[in-house]
Write a protein that binds this ligand. Structure first.
Ligand code: HEC
Ligand code: HEC
Length: 397
């Protein structure tokens, strides 16, 4: 093979050239970032911040995969930095994560409803607080403690940049350095690089592009309260021209009754269940009843088409299948759930029995009965998928 014949030095030089050309191209179209966000970008991509080294935030939140991705894991949950270490959940896409409000409970028709908060279960309120999770978790980046984080930040190639951006004095304490690192990550995740509003849909809002007939049909089905009714949770404000009113989530929680992902090693233990708002990663928030057990936060659908795995348990890898699940879960349950020992379809088999009734079964599109016609047919599903693809950033007319 020709490549193998090239000298290592020449291969390296060529790689460097390609790399700098790619960087120059990226920079040419990159939005201007604040010094804090630029420093945060370096922290976000720093593979020295893990034990063993080699895993950065970007390993599980890859810009090319809608800021999601599972660090090469194929099971639906992410590989941590240590061999054999896995997260308990699928990595969510981080695009527009800066818009997620702090966790709160609102009243809707007199009922308490949870909203906001970071992680699938809303257990962190700010990006700064959130970032402590992955940095120190044994199954993620596995840093020993804050001292180790600060040691690596102080000796990082970008240390001067971080100091300047956060006005760290020579006498800055470890706590101040750690705070600067976390704030930098927050600034980057809130920056226009992670929230560029550069999709075809945004161009359409600005009057610079037109959706194709299939995409426009998909959008109508998505918002039609008798068809997809996706808008009920993946909310947007049709009348507004402001892209920030089109995040395709209302940040509330819902229980979809997903199929159990049997590719995750942990699910071999039937006692291992993930109840979202009811733990195991958090305590059930005060003011909420047990009917929230099994509910997870509604994700934004911006850049969803690029994600390799869907749902908190990574049980689906194909966007069309996700849409089909919504409309066929109740009409053709045998397609989605295995049979139990008695040959009966084990509905909602990722939940313990006492919580089966928490699954949303009243709202369109889940309001159909077995054997009825699904709310969307094959052509409709293809159109909804075409529409969701218009939410991918980086659209070039
Ligand atoms: C090993 C994979 C992995 C690494 C490394 C990782 N994450 Fe994550 N991230 C996840 C998973 C999995 C979740 C969801 C966990 C949960 O909900 O309990 C998550 C959740 C998040 C969330 C919440 C998003 C939302 O919509 O609620 C943010 C923000 C985030 N990560 C940022 C980061 C930052 C910043 C870093 C680097 C310091 C990082 N992650 C490193 C896997 C990873
Ligand atoms: C009643 C609320 C509700 C409705 C209606 C709804 N969704 Fe969702 N959607 C959710 C929640 C909650 C999740 C996350 C569930 C989980 O992982 O446990 C989700 C997840 C998704 C995901 C996976 C995203 C990811 O990053 O993993 C896609 C894609 C999606 N929904 C598309 C749709 C489409 C298309 C429709 C309409 C046919 C729709 N949803 C209707 C609440 C809803």
């Amino acid at each position: 093979m020709r490549l193998a014949a090239a000298s290592p030095a020449r291969t390296l030089a060529r790689a460097a050239l390609l790399w700098s050309a790619a960087c120059a191209a990226a920079l040419a179209q990159a939005p201007t970032l604040s010094p804090q966000a630029l420093a945060g970008r370096q922290v976000f991509f720093d593979v020295r911040l893990s034990n063993p080294q080699g895993t950065s935030c970007a390993s599980c939140h890859d810009a090319r995969q809608g800021w999601a991705g599972n660090n090469r894991s194929k099971s639906g949950v992410a590989n941590g930095s240590s061999p054999g270490a896995f997260t308990g959940r699928n990595s969510p896409g981080l695009a527009y994560v800066g818009f997620v409000p702090a966790f709160h409970i609102k009243k809707e028709n007199g009922k308490a409803k949870a909203a906001g908060g970071l992680f699938w279960d809303g257990r962190a309120n700010t990006l700064e607080e959130q970032a402590r999770g992955p940095l120190f978790a044994k199954n993620e980046m596995n840093l020993a403690d804050e001292r180790e984080l600060v040691f690596r930040l102080r000796s990082a190639p970008y240390a001067a940049e971080l100091r300047a951006a956060f006005a760290l004095a020579d006498t800055a304490t470890d706590a101040q350095w750690a705070q600067a690192g976390l704030s930098a990550l927050g600034a980057f995740q809130r920056s226009p690089e992670v929230a560029p509003f550069s999709s075809k849909y945004d161009a359409m809002l600005r009057g610079e592009a037109k959706l194709s007939p299939a995409e426009a049909r998909g959008l109508r089905l998505f918002a039609d309260t008798k068809k997809g009714n996706c808008i009920a949770c993946h909310a947007f404000t049709p009348k507004s021209k402001n892209p920030a009113d089109h995040l395709f989530t209302d940040f509330t929680y819902d229980n979809l009754g997903l199929p159990r992902n049997r590719a995750i090693a942990a699910t071999a233990d039937p006692k291992q269940v993930d109840l979202g708002l009811c733990g195991p990663a958090r305590d059930k928030p005060r003011g909420l009843a047990n009917n929230v057990c099994g509910a997870f936060r509604v994700p934004s659908l911006r850049n969803a088409a690029q994600r390799p795995f869907y749902f908190h348990n990574g049980s689906c890898t194909d966007l069309a299948e996700v849409v089909r699940f919504y409309v066929e879960r109740d009409t053709h349950p045998e397609k989605w759930y295995p049979k139990d020992a008695k040959g009966k379809v084990a509905l909602f088999n990722d939940l313990p029995k006492q919580y089966l009734r928490n699954v949303n079964r009243d709202e369109v599109p889940y309001d159909r009965k077995r054997g009825q016609k699904p709310r969307l047919d094959d052509a409709d599903i293809a159109d909804v998928v075409a529409f969701i693809k218009t939410l991918d950033d980086g659209f070039k007319p």
